[in-house]
Design a binder for this molecule. Sequence first.
Ligand SMILES: Cc1cc2nc3c(=O)[nH]c(=O)nc-3n(C[C@H](O)[C@H](O)[C@H](O)COP(=O)(O)O)c2cc1C
Length: 370
Amino acid sequence: MKTAATELFGIEAPIFAFSHCRDVVVATSKAGGFGVLGAAWMTPEHLEQELKWIDDHIGGLPYGVDMVFSSTSTTVEFDKSPRELLPAENVAFINGLLDADGVAPLPEDEVQGWYADYARNLSFSPATSEALLDVALAHPIRFVVSALGIAPPHVIQRVHDRGIKFGALVGSAKQARKQVEAGVDVIIAQGSEAGGHTGQVTSMVLWPEIVDAVAPVPVLAAGGIGRGRQMAAALALGAEGVWCGSIWLGTVESELTPDMREVLYSATPEDAIITLGYTGKPCRAIRSKYTEAWDRPDAPKPLKQVPLQSILSGEPFRRVERARRKDWMTYAAGQIVGLVNEPTSVKNVIYDMVMEYAETVDRVTRMVEE
Ligand SMILES: Cc1cc2nc3c(=O)[nH]c(=O)nc-3n(C[C@H](O)[C@H](O)[C@H](O)COP(=O)(O)O)c2cc1C
């Protein structure tokens, strides 16, 4: 295929895989697409490990890194135990529901370990993201993507100075214009049906609006794409490529546990709801007793200050995983989960997508000729 995106990155198919899992990143680039590693929740040491592994396995093919750069992001000072930052009422509420439903508590040393070793690293301060960027720029990455908000000018400059393209996820034409003014090279227009943090405008409306708003800057379409017909629709609406997240969760390469995989395979589009319970921001994830808990009339308000709700979610998520309670399990996923019903591989997803894309273009072209 030949689009602005394939030309820009020297790839065969304009299919971008966002994933927190390095195996998905490598498998995507090897299949002719472009893998992007989600690094937002990693420490610099962890990111270094992951990128070294990718470099050792990707055979020189291009890949990228996605992180949070917002200059306005909230800094939480971890000068005391992260657990002390959480309102006791919120912790007691969710743990009380789990107790009442017979989900065994975690041993106290594990709870302490979670707060000490992991939650402490969830700060999205500008200093944290620059430390991640330092690590990323020491590797042969070809694309840096801002997950939320506008990156500070010197960050975009540092990336450009290395000859690397800068991208940004947006959920509205207004945000897209601001990103282009800030110097972003590629816009990722993410419709509301997407997994993860998401806006309100659906892909069908959002994609062409953003394509028109930022032309000639290339746009990748995201939100609800998992097969060739959807890719054909995205390209027909003016996108130069597709950026997918949820479809990879069902592959054998993904990071999901066997239990979470079963939850994913049985989920319908209606199960991919928007919840504040996951991170404190509107996030599309699979409905479960955990997401429903935060909608109860007696629930305390989810914590809006990033990353407090994520820290709060950590202990219950581990507790539920340990107890293998699928009815309580949730994971960020979009409405496309309805298509994810059995194990497959990244390579198969990409192959099927390209084949169905070609058939679709052929079918639609014949309609015009007849
Ligand atoms: C499990 C999961 C985690 C995500 N985390 C991030 C993230 O950290 N940064 C980001 O820019 N996008 C994140 N996203 C959104 C994806 O980048 C992508 O835009 C979205 O998945 C596209 O819609 P789809 O899920 O319908 O494919 C996440 C998506 C999923 C499914």
